[in-house]
Design a binder for this molecule. Structure first.
Ligand code: UDP
Length: 237
């Protein structure tokens, strides 16, 4: 597990966004993995996830607060948390500013339609080249079409680890584009679900807000976060 921590981006969020913007401008390819305990746990269980986390083509950012805290426990110096939802928002802003081509994949059809409306009104300069939901889309065809469309940014919202695996599988077909798996971000960006209030965000308690709102997440949270933190705490040094 330690080897995954060693790959985490350590600088500040603005520095990271700057790197992303430079890559966008220079038509570079980038695969960003928003790391949280679930991601690392999959890495220990599935070979493809393990390889992906160590692949030099992957950039890992510390998305979950449990990753930031445990990284510090393990003496990795991370400047701050960089969340998937903030990165997704940044990408929408940058694509709007520079009229870049954007592609979306994931979430329910009604969520996706709501997000398309938000993009049309709030980020009108974005060239939205493709948008497909995450329930009845042929992913092979989707990515085949993307290779012709050459988007600058691709946001995939299917949840961990499907979104990462799908990107990783198709990445070799692309020479440019910022690819990110953004989990439940479309639900929030579309206005379908509320993000935790600012105070919760500031106190790094977004996870608590999410558990209040969606109690069915408690089991998943316990298995992936509580157990994970204990595992790291008692890991032989
Ligand atoms: N999703 C999807 N297809 C599926 C399963 C999930 O498009 O087969 C979407 C779901 O609608 C949601 C997102 O993937 O928008 C995952 O959200 P979740 O909050 O579970 O992700 P997390 O942020 O916790 O990884």
């Amino acid at each position: 597990m330690q080897e995954y921590y060693a790959r985490l981006y350590t600088k500040t969020a603005p520095e990271f966004y700057n790197l992303v913007d430079q890559n966008l401008k220079n038509n570079k390819r980038m695969f960003i993995i928003t790391a949280n305990p679930e991601t690392f746990t999959y890495g220990t269980k599935e070979e493809v996830m393990h390889n992906m986390l160590l692949d030099k083509n992957s950039t890992l950012i510390p998305d979950g607060i449990a990753i930031v805290k445990t990284a510090r426990m393990l003496k990795y110096s991370l400047k701050e948390r960089i969340t998937g939802i903030d990165l997704a928002t940044h990408l929408l802003e940058e694509c709007h500013k520079k009229s870049y081509k954007l592609a979306l994949l994931g979430a329910k059809e009604e969520v996706l339609s709501a997000l398309i409306n938000v993009i049309k009104t709030k980020y009108p300069h974005i060239k939205l080249v493709k948008a497909s939901n995450g329930y009845d889309t042929d992913y092979t065809n989707y990515f085949k079409e993307l290779t012709k469309l050459q988007p600058d940014a691709v946001l995939v919202a299917l949840g961990i680890p499907s979104q990462e695996k799908l990107i990783y599988e198709h990445l070799p077909q692309f020479n440019k584009g910022i690819f990110v798996g953004v989990g439940g971000s479309f639900d929030v960006l579309s206005g379908t679900k509320k993000r935790a209030p600012k105070l919760f965000q500031k106190l790094n308690l977004e996870w608590l807000y999410r558990l209040f709102k969606e109690p069915k997440r408690i089991k998943r949270f316990y298995n992936n976060n509580i157990k994970f933190v204990f595992k790291i705490m008692f890991m032989p040094k």
